[in-house]
Design a protein around this ligand. Structure first.
Ligand code: ATP
Length: 586
């Protein structure tokens, strides 16, 4: 019921088609219910009294009805498919839209493969219940009650006898439903895990080969595959037992009718036509039970799929626009202030503690510190990838939560160590930085990013397809594309996260040259492990265990001989550093 309520919103749009569908189903039902009665007329009033005219006349009527019936079925299939596809399209888009709005914490918790499985396989499962399930349900209920009423009119005692196997069937349905639901929920969950594992194995194929882990990965994958196999076999067993009992009980019903009805024909209490019609109606009584059974099967699948899909829809996004969030008509200038900021990914395990600083617009800041100190986390709070746990971040003297998220993020550019390149052309990838960017702007951005040259040498230049996730490009080329994106975006705040590690000297030179142009006139946060790269920034913040332990210019920090000095010492010989300090002292 919960599921139907949630799906209602998607059904409303197809109200007219649904009414037409119900009408056709009702007419089809009427034809179904009339067939045994026409047979009774042909037997009792035609065959038994040797009246050929009656046999011919009702024979033709039956033929016409069957023709109409088959046309109805064709129209019904068409309409139901249209509704199904339309609803799935809308539902999938809605889930996708919701996913885009969820904060990064959701994606940290959920496995990507499982999300994919929900979006594809679970949505398709739901589609089946929407119309297939609905039509079968409607047909079955009407046929069942129609047949039951006619059976009662034909013979009350026989009908009451029929109730014995029927009640057994009702009891079975009750038991099966809950067991099957639990089973199907597990099936869908493990299917998600399997997709996840498959996805990891495909994305991590280089590592798997490099470490010769094929065998181990295969056995991990097989382990999950076996789990999936086992749960499916369990559900199939459940279904097989259930179905066989249903068939036994309905056959028992036939047996009762033939035995008891046969005796009544022999004692001439009922006609042969009535007995044949009775058997026909009995068929109409039991077929819906089998069909309802099938609907139940679909429903249990759909309930499990629905729980997973609506789980996404109900997921809470912890980063949201405030009701009165604003959009300014001018860009942000890039003045940033952290005031008593604390942050924890989970519970109260703070990975940033008591962070306080002010950065002027256009200032260049480097964040350095040991691995895991919290550098990436600190910069991810500026575009509100996560919200602070305590404290406030201000940009241009306003709490960043006062701005609409899209406005805030449209003024922040980010270059990551391994930027994500989407499938599509080079031009499309650069244009990711600005909606409706024209070709001239794209080329200009590429030139500034020192990417124009290599792009021009590609077979189709800017129209070259970069392949799946940009696999035809080197890391350095990907980074230059990412820099071109930022040139196009032209943000006032720039975050450079570990952007030059793992590059050859030639690539690095081109990138550093492009970056020098990029950082001009913007507020910049640079995270770099190689300290030679941060020497020329205005100030360096040294982080350790989530706290800023030192702040100052390169030389000041060297003179202080604190953590920065120690970190620097790990990369440069002490003598060289002393020489540098002495040179600057002079
Ligand atoms: P590195 O230089 O190695 O990139 P970092 O200084 O940038 O490190 P962060 O990546 O900010 O450090 O991580 C800070 C702490 O937060 C670490 O202890 C890390 O384990 C933890 N952490 C990072 N990302 C998450 C996450 N998504 N969920 C939970 N904890 C996280």
């Amino acid at each position: 019921m919960e599921l139907i309520k949630k799906l209602k919103e998607y059904l409303v749009e197809y109200k007219k088609q649904f009414i037409l569908l119900i009408l056709i189903v009702l007419l089809r039902n009427a034809i179904d219910l009339s067939r045994p009665y026409i047979t009774k007329i042909i037997i009792d009033k035609g065959i038994m009294v040797k009246n050929l005219t009656i046999v011919n006349l009702w024979g033709i009527i039956l033929l016409l009805l069957l023709l109409i019936y088959s046309r109805f079925m064709a129209v019904e299939t068409l309409i139901s498919n249209k509704i199904q596809q339309g609803i799935v399209f809308k539902l999938r888009n809605k889930v996708y839209h919701k996913l885009q709005k969820l904060s990064l914490s959701y994606f940290n918790k959920e496995k990507k493969g499982d999300i994919l499985s929900k979006l594809m396989s679970d949505v398709e499962q739901l589609q089946r219940i929407i119309t297939d399930g609905f039509i079968i349900f409607l047909m079955s209920v009407i046929t069942f009650f129609g047949a039951f009423i006619i059976l009662l009119r034909l013979n009350k005692i026989l009908t009451l006898l029929m109730m014995i196997p029927l009640s057994g069937i009702g009891f079975l349905v009750y038991i099966f439903t809950e067991k099957a639901h639990k089973g199907y929920r597990e099936v869908r969950k493990i299917r998600g895990e399997l997709t996840s594992s498959l996805q990891e194995n495909i994305f991590g194929i280089k590592e798997i080969k490099a470490y010769s882990r094929e065998k181990q990965q295969l056995s991990r994958f097989s382990f999950k595959g076996r789990k999936f196999f086992k749960i499916n076999v369990y559900v199939a067993k459940l279904w097989a037992t259930y179905q066989s009992w249903i068939i036994f009980l309905s056959s028992l019903g036939y047996l009762i009718v033939i035995w008891y009805g046969g005796r009544k024909v022999l004692s001439e209490e009922i006609t042969v036509g009535t007995l044949v019609a009775y058997i026909g109606y009995l068929h109409l009584l039991y077929t819906p039970i089998h069909q309802l059974n099938h609907v139940n099967h679909l429903m249990q699948h759909a309930r499990a799929a629905g729980e997973r899909i609506f789980g996404i829809m109900d997921a809470y996004s912890d980063v949201k626009n405030l009701p009165n969030a604003i959009v300014l008509t001018h860009p942000l200038s890039g003045k940033i202030k952290f005031e008593d900021v604390f942050f924890a990914y989970e519970n109260e395990n703070y990975v940033l503690k008591n962070i306080n600083f002010e950065v002027e617009s256009g200032e260049k800041i480097a964040l350095v510190g040991p691995s895991g100190a919290g550098k990436s986390t600190l910069v991810s709070l500026i575009p509100r990838f996560y919200d602070v746990s305590k404290g406030v971040i201000y940009i241009d003297n306003r709490n960043i939560k006062e701005y609409k998220i899209f406005y805030l993020r449209s003024h922040i550019g980010i270059v990551l160590q391994e930027p994500f390149i989407f499938s599509g052309t080079i031009a499309e990838n650069i244009a990711f930085g600005k909606e409706n960017a024209d070709m001239d702007e794209i080329i200009e951005a590429a030139k500034l990013a020192n990417a124009h040259e290599f792009i021009s040498e590609l077979p189709e230049g800017y129209e070259t397809d970069v392949g799946d996730m940009g696999n035809i490009l080197s890391v350095g080329q990907k980074q230059r594309l990412a820099i071109a994106r930022v040139f196009l975006k032209n943000p006032s705040i720039l975050i450079l996260d570990e952007f030059t590690s793992s590059l050859d000297a030639e690539s690095e030179k081109l990138i550093i040259d492009a970056l020098k142009r990029l950082i001009e006139g913007r507020t910049v946060f640079i995270i770099a492990h190689r300290l030679s790269l941060v020497r020329n920034v205005d100030r360096i913040f040294v982080l350790n265990k989530g706290e800023i332990v030192e702040k100052g210019a390169h030389i000041e920090l060297l003179r202080k001989k604190g953590l920065y000095y120690k970190l620097y010492n790990l990369q440069y010989p002490l003598a060289e550093i002393e020489e540098e300090i002495n040179a600057l002292n002079k």
